[in-house]
Design a protein around this ligand. Structure first.
Ligand code: TYD
Length: 133
């Protein structure tokens, strides 16, 4: 199983405004099949609470901040994302939830697979059993 990690992105500093970018396989370790974003999150809401059997993700806080909480079946890891020039890589088979969204937070999520309902594991005990298979 791979490891989650913070990946720094290029940051082109410019008095006209800064610019960052992501290229598949150069900055993140997979080919991008899908992008989606989460926005207008009401205070106190939690997204996620599931794992993917195959999908890998890269999450960037384009605006505002939030916490990504990961669980590998043994340990929990909390990442606070609040800048648009780095992101969090999440390998497959990692339980994840996103919480503590700030007002007007805007998260961009890049995925290694197209949306596939059957890739989700939504039960934590089933996730742990899958890890042992
Ligand atoms: P879901 O991944 O369950 O949201 P979260 O994990 O953030 O709580 O997705 C919510 C709904 O959106 C679900 O009905 C499926 C749909 N959806 C798509 O159709 N395509 C996508 O790429 C994603 C991520 C979700």
């Amino acid at each position: 199983m791979g490891h989650s990690k913070i990946i720094d992105l290029p940051k082109i500093i410019d008095i006209r405004g800064n610019l960052s970018f992501i290229e598949q396989t150069r900055h993140i370790p997979f080919e991008i099949k899908r992008a989606y974003w989460i926005y207008d999150v009401p205070g106190g809401e939690v997204r996620g609470s599931h794992a993917y059997k195959f999908n890998e993700e890269f999450i960037v806080a384009l605006s505002g901040s939030f916490d990504v909480v990961l669980h590998d079946g043994e340990n929990e890891y909390r990442y606070h994302l609040n800048r648009s020039y780095y992101g969090l890589y999440i390998p497959k088979m990692m339980w994840r939830r996103i919480e503590n969204f700030s007002t007007n937070s805007f998260s961009l999520i890049l995925s290694s697979t197209s949306y596939n309902k059957s890739d989700y594991i939504r039960d934590f005990n089933a996730f742990k059993m899958n890890l042992n298979e």
